[in-house]
Design a protein around this ligand. Structure first.
Ligand code: CP3
Length: 348
């Protein structure tokens, strides 16, 4: 696994490969970010979010901040899913308080201009950040690389912003050949980006399908699982062993189909997904990940204890990685995060 020998035998990797642990390993989506004062300080010095993502020392530092503070079993590289469309030549901006903004992709001409040849060069700073993190972190903690799934990236590229998905689906109905072509290009780009992350030291990978919601059953394979499978196959042709987690947010009712058609070793569950239904759909070997409500983490108290314990009870039915059902929100008190870490590890 490239230079990634460190972390290969971590609890997170072993769990993904099917080995259930006495206490599930834990990491949190968006663990590096605005709930940490040290992140806000670093962010203030790196005004442009994309430049921050492309500054290896700063990105490595942001990745390591939660690792220093919490006993997490994994770090996730500080980056963004939108670096891939950016590296393919699309215009991506992060406006204060608005989230990402892209110039909407309109048709065949824009797709023909997507330039795969510069992907790895343009994303080299991300790989350098991964190398720095892997070198700085102990071997018992895993380093997770990630990418957006092709359909989620296509949605952002077509809509030009987050939250809205109608135009992207309309585009898929109106231009079936173009959407297939776009998804094929993105699957290849995602695969290449993930391979480069493993080469740089990632021990496991997560593919974020943040917009798996609202996809009719007859389009789910075409838009969601086949493009992810393609990216997974690209990765496995080079790194057959590296475990991959798929996170089909909003499609918790289709996790069985999702896992079978993508072939991922782990499935991330969103806030609303039912853990025991997912376990029944997936059988005893597939690793589940999730799915504490970030609002329970923010709220704390008895409600948090109950929510954590319900997941821990379900986590006895097979390999499980404790995580949230979506990202940590900025208002989350640090003691609540510390409490969850202790509770999950059997220390509170
Ligand atoms: O800690 C980590 O999880 C690693 C870093 C990470 C970021 N984005 C950093 C980030 C990861 C894994 C992502 C994934 C990502 N980015 C997703 C998939 C997960 C999901 O939320 O469904 C999506 C859809 C994006 C696109 C994106 N980037 C949005 C919608 C936003 C704005 C909303 C927000 O949460 O601020 C971003 C910006 C972003 N990405 C920030 C961070 C830390 C906030 C930037 C800041 O500090 O101002």
């Amino acid at each position: 696994m490239g230079e990634g020998a460190k972390g290969q035998n971590s609890a997170l990797v072993r769990t993904l490969l099917g080995e259930q642990q006495p206490h599930p390993p834990i990491w949190l989506m968006r663990q590096a970010g605005r709930h940490l004062p040290e992140y806000r300080e670093l962010r203030a010095k790196n005004k442009s979010f994309l430049d921050f993502c492309y500054a290896p020392a700063a990105a490595a530092e942001a990745t390591l901040q939660p690792v220093r503070r919490y006993p997490v079993d994994a770090a996730i590289i500080f980056s963004d899913i939108l670096v891939v469309p950016h590296a393919l030549g699309r215009d991506v901006r992060f406006a204060e308080g608005e989230g990402p903004l892209l110039t909407p992709l309109e048709g065949a001409e824009d797709i023909a201009k997507l330039d795969m040849s510069r992907l790895e060069t343009r994303l080299a700073p991300v790989y350098e950040a991964l190398q720095r993190v892997r070198a700085a972190m102990d071997a018992d903690r895993a380093l997770i690389g990630f990418a957006g799934a092709p359909w989620t990236l296509a949605t952002y590229m077509i809509q030009g912003r987050g939250g809205e998905r109608d135009l992207a689906r309309a585009f898929a109905y109106q231009n079936p050949d173009l959407v297939d072509e776009l998804l094929a290009i993105l699957a290849e780009a995602v695969g290449q980006h993930l391979i480069a992350q493993v080469k740089a030291g990632a021990n496991a990978l997560q593919i974020f399908e943040s917009w798996a919601e609202d996809i009719p059953g007859h389009l789910f394979a075409r838009l969601v699982t086949k493009p992810i499978r393609r990216a997974v196959d690209v990765v496995r042709a080079v790194y057959p062993e590296v475990p991959i987690i798929g996170f089909p947010r909003g499609a918790g009712h289709r996790v069985g189909q999702f896992q079978q058609e993508t072939g991922v070793q782990g499935v991330g569950l969103d806030i609303a997904a039912d853990l025991s239904a997912a376990r029944s759909a997936l059988g005893p070997k597939v690793c589940l990940q999730g799915n504490l409500d970030p609002m329970a983490l923010m709220a704390g108290g008895a409600a948090l204890e109950q929510a954590v314990d319900a997941i821990l009870a379900a986590a006895t039915t097979g390999p499980h990685i404790f995580n949230l059902g979506h990202g940590v929100v900025p208002a989350t008190p640090i003691p609540n995060v510390e409490y969850v870490m202790r509770r999950v590890k059997g220390l509170a």
